[in-house]
Ligand binder design. Structure first.
Ligand SMILES: Nc1ncnc2c1ncn2[C@@H]1O[C@H](COP(=O)(O)OP(=O)(O)OP(=O)(O)O)[C@@H](O)[C@H]1O
Length: 289
């Protein structure tokens, strides 16, 4: 599934991406194309394949089939010029236990040309990060803040974030979500973000697009505004004949003697204006029921 057919080169492309873990297929023929400036929420149940997909995209895992490109370069051979424009936060913070938060920031400043110390310190203070404490002594949430800060401080064009806010308190989450969009040069190109999270209410506030992953397959992908407008839930009495299984019917299930049909009104043969619109958490629940 592709997000757009714009002529502009996408920030991120995955084509025919599959990856096996033993007998289990972790990614099953993923096709994804993310335009510059999109903020994409990657959602799915535990084990759906979100981390595996992000690891393939940044070149940390090699797929069995298919390929991916970030900012025009193949993920498995990213040149330094592209690496400098990327930020990645792994699900488990990858820090040096013996260095303080401040020492981490200094080390990273030597690695990235676009590193902005003033911005890093400002963000550290917004996130209330204790700079003088060694990584091994930071709380889980503060370790996560430091990882996020290290990914943001060089003002990357493309950010890939694997559950970056799961341990953050609500204040820190709000500040972090805001900082996702702040760029040094307000006139420059917007940042592209792919963010996996189970915190759907936070995600819903910031995303332009959503990609639903289930058992390694992309189930539903699109602009969030269009999905909220067109993907609808219809509750019908059991035994009804409306909306036969077919094009545009995304899921159907029985609950308390009634049938719940999730459908895409752009494709399904549904009565006009039928069904109710869903928020992200409700849509997630229906798709995964
Ligand atoms: N190192 C590994 N060895 C074997 N199987 C693995 C490994 N890592 C992940 N898997 C399997 O690959 C599948 C996808 O896992 P992945 O971690 O990508 O899911 P996820 O969507 O990120 O889950 P979560 O929301 O729990 O973080 C799962 O079935 C998982 O058990």
């Amino acid at each position: 599934m592709l997000f757009d057919d714009d002529a502009a080169p996408p920030a991120l492309v995955a084509e025919g991406l599959s990856l096996w873990r033993g007998n289990c297929i972790a990614l099953n023929h993923i096709n994804l194309r993310v335009p510059v400036g999109a903020v994409v929420g990657l959602v799915g149940r535990n084990g759906a394949g979100k981390s595996t997909l992000l690891r393939c995209l940044v070149g940390l895992s090699a797929p069995d089939t298919g390929h991916c490109h970030l900012l025009g370069a193949p993920s498995l051979e990213l040149p330094d010029a592209v690496r400098e424009r990327l930020g990645y936060v792994a699900q488990t913070p990858d820090l040096f236990d013996w260095l303080t938060a401040e020492q981490h920031l200094r080390r990273f400043s030597a690695l990235y040309r676009g590193y902005d110390e003033r911005r890093a310190l400002l963000l550290a203070s917004q996130l209330d990060l204790p700079l003088g404490v060694r990584a091994s002594r930071l709380s889980g949430g503060d370790q996560q803040k430091l990882s996020v800060l290290l990914a943001l401080a060089h003002d990357p064009d493309l950010l890939l974030l694997d559950e970056p806010v799961s341990s953050l308190d609500p204040m820190a989450r709000r500040n972090f979500m805001r900082s996702l969009f702040e760029r040094r040069d307000a006139e420059g190109p917007p940042r592209t973000v792919l963010i996996s999270s189970h915190l759907l209410t936070d995600l819903e506030r910031v995303v332009t697009h959503v990609a639903f992953l289930r058992a390694g397959q992309l189930q539903l992908v699109g602009e969030w505004d269009a999905l909220t407008e067109h993907v609808r839930l219809l509750e019908l009495p059991a035994g009804h004949t409306a909306l036969p299984r077919g094009a545009g019917v995304l899921n159907r299930r029985e609950l308390a003697g009634r049938e719940r049909v999730l459908f895409d009104a752009r494709v399904a043969e549904a009565p006009p204006a039928a069904g109710q619109a869903l928020g992200l958490d409700e849509l997630f629940a229906e798709l995964n029921a």
